[in-house]
Design a protein around this ligand. Structure first.
Ligand SMILES: Nc1nc2c(ncn2[C@@H]2O[C@H](COP(=O)(O)OP(=O)(O)OP(=O)(O)O)[C@@H](O)[C@H]2O)c(=O)[nH]1
Length: 366
């Protein structure tokens, strides 16, 4: 096969494996649910790869019962994978894998399995159970499985008893099973803790990337992200700029400048509690508010302007720090880009500044 064709095949297989193993994933991050979906798919895939050839072989040898049983298991695993892919209901899919597995393992111990080797398979129960059902439920099920094992091995008259094993084997099976359960619990505990901190870190990073640290408002990226996430029916854009802000920095120092920006942010939040909105610090001393279409967007802008002119900071020496704000208002038309609408808002703001500041100017969208 030519090299380029081989690379193409390799890529196709890789994509197929990745799609199959990640089918039914709730999101792409490494959450517990996506981890479980991955394990269920892996289990189904490996199960089908094992049972189909063995089933066909058994049928070819005339062993009809074993052959059809194996092919039925392959069909159940395939359906389970398709069900997970369609519904993302990994809890149900986990049950489809686990409960038949428990039953099969207990039956293997009871019957002794092929040439008395049935009990060697039971050690897959703790890791699979803990992976798929998590620490709490997984541990409970492993505990119940151990009770069922003890009952079968010590209180039932079974074909296992007639295999001629040393009497100590029964207790050794239980001890070694408990050891594997213990190790699996430690592994699952560590990996779920690691997963949890990874998720917390990812939430913190996401917040840091979309929030302005000084005011706690959305930053430019956060606002753009939130604008995309919801259907806003022609919202109003209010672009605001604190008047002569440089003067506050120059006169009282940067710390008071920062505190004043925090005061503006708090005032905006307080003034806009009644309306669905997004408030962002757009840059330096500039704020952008996206306001869901209300008949009174000019009234809202006016009340913000008046409130900013009213509120003030007090310095340590008891001096009041006051400022005003200029606002450019426009409407974001359906299908229009934010940048285009912002250009209009910017022009309106410029007009407000040029006509004396402490003003609200609204442009009509063309
Ligand atoms: N304290 C503080 N100052 C900031 C921050 N970001 C920007 N600034 C300052 O904001 C000032 C903005 O000044 P200008 O752009 O000249 O505007 P202005 O003084 O508000 O005047 P007009 O907008 O024309 O009314 C600059 O001095 C910046 O250093 C910040 O996070 N904290």
């Amino acid at each position: 096969m030519p090299k380029s064709k081989a690379i193409l095949w390799h890529r196709k297989w890789k994509l197929w494996f990745s799609t199959t193993l990640n089918a039914g994933e709730i999101n792409h991050s490494f959450t517990n649910s996506s981890r479980r979906a991955f394990i269920i798919n892996l289990f189904c895939l490996v199960g089908v790869l094992f049972t189909v050839p063995l089933g066909i072989l058994s049928l070819a040898k005339g062993n009809f019962l074993v052959g059809t049983s194996l092919l039925t298991i392959a069909a159940i695993y395939t359906l389970n994978h398709l069900y997970l892919r369609l519904t993302k209901n990994y809890l149900f899919s986990a049950n489809v894998i686990l409960y038949p597995l428990y039953t099969l393992m207990l039956y293997l111990v009871y019957s002794g399995g092929v040439n008395g080797t049935g009990h060697v398979w039971i050690y897959c129960v703790p890791p699979v159970s803990l992976f798929l059902h998590g620490l709490k439920r997984g541990l409970l099920e492993v505990f119940l499985f151990i009770l069922a094992l003890i009952f079968i091995l010590f209180f039932l008259d079974t074909p296992f008893d007639r295999l001629g094993y040393h009497p100590d084997l029964k207790s050794r099976i239980i001890y070694s099973f408990v050891l594997i359960a213990f190790l699996s619990t430690i592994y699952e505990y560590i990996s779920s803790r690691f997963n949890q901190s990874l998720q917390e870190l990812s939430v913190q990073l996401e917040r840091a990337a979309t929030t302005d640290p000084l005011t706690g408002l959305l930053n430019r990226r956060g606002l753009e992200q939130q604008l995309e996430q919801r259907d806003w029916a022609a919202p109003a854009l209010l672009l605001m700029d604190v008047d002569h802000f440089k003067h506050i920095n120059d006169e009282y120092g940067h710390e008071y400048g920062d505190a004043y920006l925090q005061l503006v942010a708090a005032t905006l939040e307080e003034q806009l509690t009644k309306y669905p909105n997004l408030i962002s610090r757009w840059g330096g001393e500039e704020f952008l508010v996206v306001l869901e279409q209300t008949a009174s967007k000019m009234d809202v802008a006016e009340s913000i302007r008046k409130e900013i002119a009213r509120v003030h900071l007090i310095t340590q020496q008891g001096e009041p720090i006051k400022a005003t704000i200029s606002i450019g208002v426009t409407e974001l038309k359906v299908g229009e880009s934010v940048i285009r609408a912002l250009n209009r808002a910017d022009k309106a703001l410029y007009e407000a500044k040029n006509s004396g500041r402490n003003k609200v100017v609204m442009t009509k969208s063309k």
